[in-house]
Design a protein around this ligand. Structure first.
Ligand SMILES: Nc1ncnc2c1ncn2[C@@H]1O[C@H](COP(=O)(O)OP(=O)(O)OP(=O)(O)O)[C@@H](O)[C@H]1O
Length: 254
């Protein structure tokens, strides 16, 4: 078996100092994501999903445990090394697109490459290639204010992919989209995963978005609660996800 692209080993995260106010947001969390996998993270509000994404994405530090991405131990890296690591190995897609309004779609997508100092003659073919994959070649000269929410999210996905990161980290990417655009974005992510071998870790509340994943890790109270593999068709997987979410609701009532 190939080496995992994300290796999380016994991670713990505590907010606040060692006093009555401290809160254990993650406890003994361990899992691997292998190259080319599409993994969803689900769980009730406050379960620790965003905290987990933040420590994996190097935006926050775990208190203990080990996290390796693309074979590199990020828990040992200094701040300046982390910034370099993020810009080369990680691709981010957030709910609110985070496109810069005074740059065109082309300029937004090329930003990670410009920041890395890639020569502009090398940037153009890379941007065109990723725009082609995401079906947004015709809007490259437009400004974000003139395009739809779905197009904005595709542009954000293109920007996340253009530097060929080891993994795409997506936090509620469909949260600001209507159902048609949400479905279309998830189909695109599924396509990128299946046909272009893009590894994806997706945090979502939405069972339909999650049903595009191959595997879901459910977390509750900061620990892994259950893991679900997609073995049947998407509709059946969607139903399995709904069943697990219903377990959380009934646990709440206890
Ligand atoms: N900076 C912080 N200081 C103190 N507690 C925090 C901090 N950030 C998060 N928490 C707590 O840690 C727990 C996990 O939060 P987190 O945001 O990871 O949950 P989540 O599963 O992403 O929730 P949601 O689905 O509502 O976004 C929550 O109880 C939250 O209140």
């Amino acid at each position: 078996m190939s080496k995992p692209v994300v290796h999380v080993d016994n991670v713990e995260k505590i907010f606040g100092k060692k006093s009555e106010n401290s809160f254990k947001a993650l406890s003994g969390v361990s899992f691997d994501i292998y190259p080319g996998e599409f993994v969803g993270i689900m769980g009730p509000s406050g379960a620790g999903k965003t905290t987990l994404l933040n420590v994996v994405s190097t935006l926050d530090r775990a208190l203990s445990g080990k996290i390796e991405i693309a074979g590199k131990n990020i828990t040992m890296m200094k701040q300046n090394e982390l910034a370099d690591f993020r810009s080369t190995e990680l691709g981010f897609i957030f709910q609110d697109f985070n496109l810069l309004e005074n740059l065109t779609v082309y300029e937004n997508i090329s930003l990670p490459l410009s920041l890395q100092g890639v020569a502009s003659r090398r940037i153009k073919p890379l941007v065109n290639q990723v725009a082609e994959k995401l079906g947004i070649k015709s809007i490259l000269d437009k400004y974000p204010v003139t395009i739809s929410g779905g197009q904005k999210q595709r542009a954000a996905a293109a920007r996340a992919l253009v530097h060929e990161p080891a993994i795409i980290l997506a936090d509620e990417p469909t949260g600001a989209l209507d159902s048609k655009n949400a479905r279309s974005l998830m189909e695109t992510m599924e396509h990128l995963n299946k046909h272009h071998d893009v590894s994806i870790m997706l945090v979502t509340h939405d069972p339909l978005s999650a049903s595009y994943c191959e595997r879901i890790l459910f977390i509750q109270d900061g620990t892994l609660y259950k893991e679900l593999h997609r073995t049947e068709d998407q509709a059946a997987f969607h139903q399995q996800i709904l069943n697990v979410l219903a377990e959380f609701t009934s646990l709440d009532r206890v």
